[in-house]
Design a binder for this molecule. Structure first.
Ligand SMILES: [Zn+2]
Length: 113
């Protein structure tokens, strides 16, 4: 963990805001937010996928939901202290990457691949 506490707090605030925005957008598209179902998130996702096959907004919703999952994972990792590590190579993600994209799962090098 190379991020200092202040930076981490700022990133967390950004993530919480993004989470709220994404949930509002999904709600506007007719998606019911998964309140407090973080643990069973993957299972719940598959169920909602089937339910909205007939919806015309599938692509948009998928993109939004994918981002929301990333945001939620990032917030969870902040709690357990594993936040800021590249999911591909395991190195610390550059702070400037996190500043632009707090839910980033990859470091600059892996992103560029
Ligand atoms: Zn990497």
């Amino acid at each position: 963990m190379t991020l200092d506490k202040k930076t981490l707090e700022e990133l967390k605030a950004k993530l919480l805001k993004t989470e709220k925005d994404l949930e509002a957008e999904l709600k506007a598209l007719g998606e019911v937010p998964e309140m407090g179902s973080d643990v069973e998130g993957e299972v719940a996702d598959e169920e909602t996928d089937e339910a909205e096959e007939y919806s015309g907004n599938l692509g948009v919703k998928d993109a939004l939901r994918g981002r929301l999952q990333n945001v939620k994972s990032a917030l969870r990792e902040m709690e357990d202290g594993s936040y800021g590590k590249c999911k591909s190579c395991g190195m610390d993600i550059e702070p400037e990457v996190l500043n632009v994209d707090p839910e980033s799962r990859l470091c600059k090098m892996c992103k560029a691949k």
